[in-house]
Design a binder for this molecule. Structure first.
Ligand SMILES: CC(=O)N[C@H]1[C@@H](OP(=O)(O)OP(=O)(O)OC[C@H]2O[C@@H](n3ccc(=O)[nH]c3=O)[C@H](O)[C@@H]2O)O[C@H](CO)[C@@H](O)[C@@H]1O[C@H](C)C(=O)N[C@@H](C)C(=O)N[C@H](CCC(=O)O)C(=O)O
Ligand SMILES: Nc1ncnc2c1ncn2[C@@H]1O[C@H](COP(=O)(O)OP(=O)(O)OP(=O)(O)O)[C@@H](O)[C@H]1O
Length: 525
């Protein structure tokens, strides 16, 4: 897939006067200076000629430190806060406009610059710890049933109509978002489903955006390094469910967080209970019943019943009960976004696979085990992924996994313990170690593994993810299942500031080719 740089804006650029911007948003600006703005950017490396550069105060640096770079790349004006403006005196020779909190304003500024493109697109936004990507793709499948051209914004890709580029993150910065929406308008795309991360909400990336329907999947332990505690994390998520950002909501009430969100919501809410034993099963407007896991382990069927007695027989095309949940939420989201219920259910049932989400890379045959790639990288997601795979595994369950560096350290031993409890053969390896020593991350995981399995039986460690995958293939017999978790679709592995091209699916396929070519020597325990 094409890397994203330079491919995200409409061909016909806007042209808006800085003086109009200053007037519209009551900014502080030097008198008498005007320039024409044809775009907006938040990172200096993404600046294109004619852009307004937003120099924002960051967690580590101030964007004003990079204004010079932005101007050299062609920025014609800078939007910043008072301390940025002070730092820029005599540094850049373009107009500097000042707002007390430019990050909060940036979404609205971007929407204004591009002529409010979101108004021309039916928008579904999905948030929650797990299931955003899967649900977003299911929603897209349903939207396609009534919209000729659709778009997807999320972790895996940015897709507008038929064109897709790699996504830099789950939810792009506000200027990129509104640029994408303008591109959609230009290309006749009339519906978009997007993932909304908690970081995006906290950092104002959804400023200037009101989605038609906002969806909530669940809240589980993750990102506590950024949000502090679960209440802080919940508070960030719930800021999507306010009139400024969403017209209505579809909230999964399988957990207490969903119930809490629905209870406090100021916008109309459709609650969905996707398990008969879930927290909101008795009170939810929409309910899933009769969920049956398919015998081939591929999909599941279920009945979805609505508040007005409507009922459809529906299906999830991916294994596991979590995907019943994602499919049910997606059907209700698409229905509330204007897709007839039966049509939405049918489209979700036939949705194509989602890259890196329970993706079947190698099918079981007389020589090879079933091999899957899954993005589970939180304790809860790991439990659910392993539980989903067990029923379709006649032999042993072999897992290759690790945990990210520079992120929530507390979950590492927990992940180790879960893998030791629910899988048979473990290959502990690296994920994205980032700035941390990879061996210390593995050591923390192995501590959890030992707590569950003190004799260290069938536990292996490898300092190379490629070799770990190969080792798993070597160890597995045809009746076993190999599942590689944690990185999903990711096209790179981040080690010490360098992004190496790496992908679990490719590594599995390479390991299969190597196995076909002859015996190998993997890295052992
Ligand atoms: C923790 C976090 O989200 N940080 C975001 C934050 O960065 P920051 O405050 O640390 O920025 P900084 O490095 O101090 O720099 C300050 C300013 O200088 C600018 N700058 C910096 C360097 C440079 O060369 N040129 C330049 O212009 C930066 O764009 C920034 O505006 O603001 C920046 C833009 O203003 C974001 O790019 C950055 O996201 C970073 C890249 C990131 O990795 N974010 C992740 C954690 C994230 O957002 N993840 C979620 C998904 C989470 C999940 O569900 O798994 C996502 O939506 O992708
Ligand atoms: N509804 C769900 N509840 C719990 N776990 C889930 C659910 N849906 C998917 N998962 C698990 O979480 C993993 C990530 O799923 P998905 O990519 O759809 O979520 P996400 O919210 O987009 O994650 P991220 O924000 O980290 O990209 C899956 O690979 C699966 O193991």
């Amino acid at each position: 897939m094409t890397p994203p740089v330079g491919r995200l804006r409409p061909a016909h650029r806007p042209a808006r006067h800085l003086t109009d911007l200053v007037h519209e948003f009551s900014l502080d600006a030097p008198a008498g200076l005007d320039v024409v703005l044809t775009g907006v950017a938040v990172g200096s490396a993404e600046v294109e000629p004619g852009d307004l550069f937003a120099a924002l105060p960051g967690l580590r640096r101030h964007g004003a430190d990079f204004a010079d770079h932005a101007v050299r790349r062609g920025a014609v004006a800078v939007l910043t806060d008072p301390s940025g403006a002070e730092a820029l005196v005599g540094v850049v020779d373009v107009p500097v406009v000042v707002a007390p909190d430019p990050r909060r304003l940036l979404g609205a500024v971007s929407a204004w610059l591009y002529g409010e493109p979101a108004r021309d697109v039916t928008l579904v936004g999905v948030t929650g710890t797990n299931g955003k990507t899967t649900t977003t793709y299911f929603v897209d499948a349903a939207l396609r049933a009534v919209h000729e051209r659709t778009a997807v914004i999320g972790t895996v890709e940015l897709r507008v109509g038929d064109e897709a580029v790699e996504s830099p993150r789950t939810t792009v910065e506000a200027p990129v978002l509104h640029g994408l929406l303008a591109l959609m308008r230009e290309r006749g795309v009339t519906a978009c489903s997007m993932e909304v991360s908690s970081h995006a909400i906290a950092l104002g990336r959804i400023g200037g955006l009101t989605v038609d329907v906002a969806g909530f999947t669940n809240l589980q332990r993750d990102h506590l390094d950024f949000h502090g505690d679960m209440d802080g994390y919940f508070a960030a998520k719930s800021r999507l469910f306010v009139p400024e950002h969403a017209k209505r909501a579809v909230v999964c009430v399988d957990d207490e967080w969903g119930l809490r969100l629905a209870a406090q919501s100021e916008i109309p809410v459709d609650t969905v209970a996707t398990r008969e034993d879930s927290a909101g099963a008795r009170t939810a407007r929409w309910r899933v019943t009769d969920a049956t896991i398919g015998l081939d382990g591929v999909g599941s069927t279920f009945t979805l019943t609505g508040p007005d007695g409507e009922s459809v027989r529906a299906a999830s095309p991916l294994p596991g009960l979590v995907n019943v949940s994602n499919a049910a939420v997606a059907v209700v989201l698409a229905h509330r976004a204007g897709v007839p219920l039966e049509l939405a259910a049918d489209a979700v049932a036939h949705a194509p696979g989602v890259p890196g989400r329970m993706e079947r890379v190698v099918e079981r045959d007389e020589r090879l085990p079933l091999c899957l790639v899954d993005y589970a990288h939180t304790p809860d997601a790991l439990v659910l992924a392993l539980e989903a795979v067990r029923p379709i595994t006649p032999g042993r369950l072999v897992i290759v996994f690790g945990s990210d560096g520079d992120r929530d350290r507390g979950k590492r031993p927990i992940m180790g313990q879960i893998a030791a409890r629910l899988a048979d053969v473990l290959v502990v390896t690296d994920e994205n170690p980032r700035s941390e020593p990879p061996e210390s991350i593995r050591a923390a995981i192995l501590e959890g593994v030992r707590a569950e399995r003190p004799d260290g039986r069938d536990v292996h460690e490898s300092d190379s993810r490629e070799r770990a995958v190969r080792l798993a293939l070597d160890l597995a017999r045809p009746e076993d299942t190999v599942i590689v978790t944690g990185k999903g679709h990711e096209p790179t592995q981040e080690i010490d500031g360098v992004f190496h091209r790496y992908n679990d699916r490719d590594a599995l396929l390479a390991a299969v080719r190597a196995a076909a070519a002859g015996p190998t020597s993997g890295a052992g325990a």
